[in-house]
Design a protein around this ligand. Sequence first.
Ligand SMILES: NC(=O)c1ccc[n+]([C@@H]2O[C@H](COP(=O)([O-])OP(=O)(O)OC[C@H]3O[C@@H](n4cnc5c(N)ncnc54)[C@H](OP(=O)(O)O)[C@@H]3O)[C@@H](O)[C@H]2O)c1
Length: 373
Amino acid sequence: MKWKRILKRSALVVVVLLFVWFQVAYWSSTNDCQRSVAPGRERMKAIKFCEYGPPDVLKLEEVEKPVPKDDELLIRVRAASLNFIDAGLVRGPSVLRLMSGLRKPKFTGFGRDFAGVVEVVGKDVIEFKPGDEVFGVRWGALAEYVCVRKDRVALKPANITFEQAGAVGLAGLTALQGLRTGRIHAGQKVLINGASGGVGLASVELGKLMGARVIAAASSDEKLEVCKQHGADDVINYTNEDLRERVKTLTGGNGVDVIVDPLGGNYSEPALRSIAWNGRFLVIGFAAGDIPRIPLNLTLLKGCSIVGVFWGSFTEHEPRHNQENLQELLTWLTEGKLKPHISATYPLERAADALNDVLNRKVMGKVVLLTEE
Ligand SMILES: NC(=O)c1ccc[n+]([C@@H]2O[C@H](COP(=O)([O-])OP(=O)(O)OC[C@H]3O[C@@H](n4cnc5c(N)ncnc54)[C@H](OP(=O)(O)O)[C@@H]3O)[C@@H](O)[C@H]2O)c1
């Protein structure tokens, strides 16, 4: 009896403490939006989001121009692109807010992939010099300037434009690391389910480079045409074709060795039933609405293994790894084997329109923001 009472009281104390902690954390959550540029400091324009909300919370603001540290480069951004995750960050869904700021976003810069020209190098940087054209991944890339650590950039090949280079970073790295995690190799049959987006199209091209036979699934014939242009051997419109039957026909009844799912498949039964015995299901992303269906549908994966690409493995948290992978992407870009697809370009101040394209599933490949006309 006594123990029961102690347990009950302890639970109550924990709940009250959690409630107080949450209130304090919520109301003290703030950001740098009220801070003005210090007198005498140089200014630049950057896209900021000071509140969570719809795309029009993105505003072009005057902020302080960053100054590079000893191991950093100051880069004049020419092009930057959006990723699916950016749409989620702006809305600030509850789980994400535990990291990104409960009431207001902690970090108010926006976008990650960029390409531009080195303006200044820190004193420890010998690998790059002012005037070099580079591309890479950095939070807050939708700005006139970014400071980036030297191990997070690579030289831009002369044969690709700034727009294309600015569309490579995160989606290319994610696709590369994803396909490696899926152990894709020559002779395999691979279904890219949701193949027309940034990660999807990069996966189509990289899958071909790894020697696989690539089947691309997407929601419209226009999107599938783009997948074909980027090397897909076969295409399936999953809105009006029976995905499972088509895969059966294309694989002689055996199914595919790997399904790469950047989102579009939504763990649907026909997709999961298309995997061959002992195949692999590679999860790269999913929509929140699918979560309740995942446990049920995953029981369909008889004899298959599930592999995933997780946050830490493809973000800038692993810069050394990213540098090696950026170099690998660079080789393919230089050889013209990897050709980023750009479905629209906007001037920097129209970041909200670009984000609406992502949310409305209009993007094929990437949507790019330009800092200069
Ligand atoms: N971009 C990155 O660097 C990155 C990094 C890590 C993880 N991811 C994850 O990978 C997934 C794809 O990212 P992405 O940047 O390639 O996205 P994206 O360019 O916006 O493409 C996503 C594609 O998925 C399909 N889709 C199916 N259901 C959708 C829905 N409810 N909402 C939006 N699109 C839907 C759409 O093609 P159809 O209309 O043809 O179906 C769309 O083109 C996301 O889950 C993301 O979180 C991306």
